[in-house]
Design a protein around this ligand. Structure first.
Ligand code: TGC
Ligand code: FAD
Length: 407
């Protein structure tokens, strides 16, 4: 990942520490980071500038997924950065994972989604709950992007409440027969494998790995999205699919299986959303200094300054929340409810920053000359997937009151 050599690496770290404002690091959070975090950030940031920024508006406008980026994402270590290297991951810590998601989402939430799904929702359950044979078969090729994976939990009639899922398996000797459907599945039309959650005859939720081409298994694309347009989304349809028992994840039963994958992915989103907010803030700050109205830069008006001051304040608070969550995660102490709080707060923050940034750009803010409207539309999805804003409020509510609003 680090192609700059030792001298180049020292310069990157020196530059970051001497000029925290180039990263809008208002509270010098870089001082809390390790050298490998700063190097990972620089490497991913450079890749995003070279590979994502020049093409993303075009792909988003055409609602096409830049699938050619999967291999590059593998090369920069974006798939499972905190999973062990021997299982296709990056062998880094949770803060490095977060920072990588931040830099990807600075480019586009859909690009970060590619990495979230592949690393946290496909590689992680296979690593955590899979047999050794399943790990060896799938993880190395998922880590490089040679294989693309997707994660099927949500159903047409069961979104926020996956415990009511109806997709089911029936015992048939050395295989299960799978029936049902999943909805809103990132990458499903292009995926080689799908981690699917279904209920067995005793009503227990089980996870299994499906391969593209299994008879009765299809993955039609969902069209018409005004959000996350550079990410491909589809259904998963199962009509008497014969799934060998060797494809079932042996290490978990019950809803805690998929929910623990969500915790891993939500953690990454809490960091990722900061990247989208930073890109919007950066664009708005520059525009406010360049755009002249009433014979002065619009950044000189108090109302513009209020917007920018509030934006950087909220970004800084989100950065501190993510950093502290990262240190807890490194110690194995980040609770699902703490992760929920950070996902909800930081995504909501990013959406508000995007809306304010859009206003600062005036009419230009609705065009693809600037990244702001694309981020804003993307963040509407990010606010909803991986648990909606309100579901996360209720998770926090349950944690602080001890009273369960869901049951
Ligand atoms: P509940 O009874 O609370 O829990 C069932 C079991 O799971 C455990 N658990 C968790 N474990 C790990 N991480 C978490 N976040 C966990 N939350 C709960 C819990 O301890 C229990 O374990 P056990 O041992 O007692 O059995 O479950 P519930 O049915 O009451 O549900 C609670 C609720 C509403 C919070 C949950 O259903 C929920 O989070 N709903 C939101 C659904 C959601 O987030 N769906 C996301 C689908 S995937 C997606 O959106 C991918 S986007 C991909 C991209 O980035 O492109
Ligand atoms: P619903 O659950 O029907 O919710 C509708 C509204 O009701 C929301 O505002 C919600 O907050 C509210 N609501 C629901 N229950 C309550 C309650 N108890 N109290 C108060 N309000 C409530 N899923 C996957 O499994 N894999 C994927 O890869 C994936 N990728 C996605 C990609 C995109 C682009 C999108 C849009 C979604 C994706 N999802 C995926 C699905 C996503 O996780 C769900 O959309 C989300 O969990 C919400 O479910 P729902 O859309 O069915 O909304």
């Amino acid at each position: 990942m680090h192609a700059n050599g030792a001298e180049g690496q020292t310069n990157i770290i020196k530059k970051a520490k001497e000029d925290p404002f180039q990263y809008h690091d208002y509270y010098r959070i870089d001082d809390l980071l390790q050298e490998d975090h700063l190097l990972a950030r620089e490497a991913v940031r450079t890749w995003v500038k070279q590979e994502v920024t020049p093409i993303i508006e075009d792909y988003a406008e055409r609602a096409k997924c830049p699938t050619h980026l999967f291999k590059g994402l593998g090369e920069i270590g974006a798939f499972g950065p905190s999973l062990p290297a021997e299982y296709g991951g990056g062998g880094m810590d949770e803060i490095a994972y977060g920072i990588i998601m931040q830099e990807l989402e600075r480019g586009d939430s859909g690009i970060r989604s590619m990495a979230s799904v592949q690393g946290s929702l496909v590689m992680y359950p296979i690593y955590r709950f899979g047999s050794e044979e399943q790990k060896q078969k799938y993880l190395p090729r998922l880590g490089t992007g040679e294989l693309i994976g997707c994660f099927g939990l949500t159903e047409p009639d069961h979104g926020s409440d996956p415990s009511s899922m109806v997709t089911n398996i029936r015992d048939d000797g050395d295989a299960y027969i799978l029936n049902g459907a999943k909805m809103w599945i990132t990458n499903s039309p292009i995926a080689d494998i799908a981690v699917v959650w279904a209920r067995d005859e005793e009503g227990v939720i089980r996870g299994m790995i499906l391969e593209k081409g299994m008879p009765g298994f299809s993955a039609p694309e969902i069209h018409g999205k005004w959000s996350l347009r550079a990410s491909i989304t589809g259904e998963l349809v199962f009509e008497d699919v014969r799934v060998p028992k060797s494809q079932v994840l042996p290490g978990v039963q019950g809803l805690k299986g998929p929910l623990s994958c969500l915790s891993k992915a939500r953690y990454g989103i809490a960091w990722g959303a900061i990247g989208a907010a930073l890109d919007c803030y950066d664009s708005a700050l520059r525009y406010s200094q360049e755009r002249i109205q009433f014979d002065r830069p619009i950044g000189q008006f108090q109302l513009t300054q209020k917007k920018l001051a509030e934006m950087i304040t909220e970004i800084t608070k989100a950065q501190l929340l993510a950093w502290r969550l990262g240190t807890l995660a490194n110690e194995g102490k980040a609770s699902p409810a703490q992760i929920s709080m950070a996902k909800r707060n930081n995504v909501h923050m990013a959406l508000e920053v995007a809306r304010e940034a859009r206003q600062i750009h005036g009419g230009m803010g609705i065009t693809n000359e600037y990244p702001v409207m694309r981020h804003m539309m993307n963040l509407e999805t990010v606010l909803t997937y991986e648990g909606t804003h309100d579901i996360h409020l209720l998770i926090t509510g349950m944690d602080v009151t001890g009273l369960n609003a869901f049951k």
